[in-house]
Design a protein around this ligand. Structure first.
Ligand SMILES: [Zn+2]
Ligand SMILES: [Zn+2]
Length: 226
């Protein structure tokens, strides 16, 4: 099933599809169907990935229609992120990519520490992370259902830290770097949400107030915004 309320990168099968194309270059649509084992969602996902500019689809007719699918530059960059995030989440040693083994990911040029303690890594599979993206209130809901402990449901919001950078902030731990936040960062859709948030606001360089993108003056201190 394709749920249009969920960002395309967070949809089921999408990371599998992107990684498959990444490993194989140009692929046939039928190859993707055989990897995903779900014919009806593949059409819809391919359509959405194409509309979002992550893949290009070339149709050729040779007796019957054949669809050749490859990643665009945008698709390649998002898939590299995805690989990094997956490896970081699994704590994998990756010789090609030292930074991954050190539990650091890069989001829009900024370094984010996503290293989990062994105990946290073990529990991370009991976290359910759901992204709610809308114009006014981007946030992430987290369901923590660790066996033997009461289930907790809470939100992660985007907040500015003490240095004025946008970061994820966990309301449960009142923290910018608890393990919920670290785990959430590894989701490409979360990274995308943060980037979109960054580019739809203007931060006052003097008082760090967040203003709308079209503001000319800071609503708090009145400084002229670039
Ligand atoms: Zn937390
Ligand atoms: Zn200001």
């Amino acid at each position: 099933m394709v749920d249009s309320k969920i960002p395309i990168l967070a949809q089921k099968h999408v990371s599998t599809i992107l990684l498959f194309i990444f490993e194989n270059g140009t692929v046939h649509k039928t190859d993707i169907v055989s990897v995903v084992h779900s014919n009806n969602s593949v059409d819809k996902l391919i359509e959405e990935l194409k509309n979002e500019g992550f893949i290009s689809v070339k149709k050729e007719f040779a007796g019957r229609n054949t669809y050749y699918i490859s990643l665009t530059d945008k698709g390649i960059s998002v898939t590299k992120n995805l690989k990094q995030a997956q490896a970081a989440a699994e704590g994998k040693q990756n010789e090609e990519d030292r930074e991954t083994s050190e539990g650091i990911i890069h989001v829009d040029g900024e370094e984010i520490n996503v290293r989990l303690e062994p105990e946290e890594r073990k529990n991370s599979k009991y976290l359910k992370i759901l992204i709610h993206s809308n114009v006014l209130d981007d946030h992430i809901s987290v369901e923590e259902a660790i066996p033997g402990r009461p289930t907790r449901i809470f939100n992660i919001y985007i907040r500015q830290n003490g240095h004025g950078y946008f970061r994820l902030w966990c309301e449960e731990d009142k923290s910018f770097d608890c393990w919920h936040v670290k785990e959430a960062w590894t989701y490409p859709a979360v990274q995308k949400m943060m980037m979109e948030y960054k580019y739809k606001t203007k931060v006052c360089p003097y008082c760090k107030t967040v203003n709308d993108l079209d503001a000319d003056y800071c609503k708090h201190c009145g400084a002229k915004l670039e």
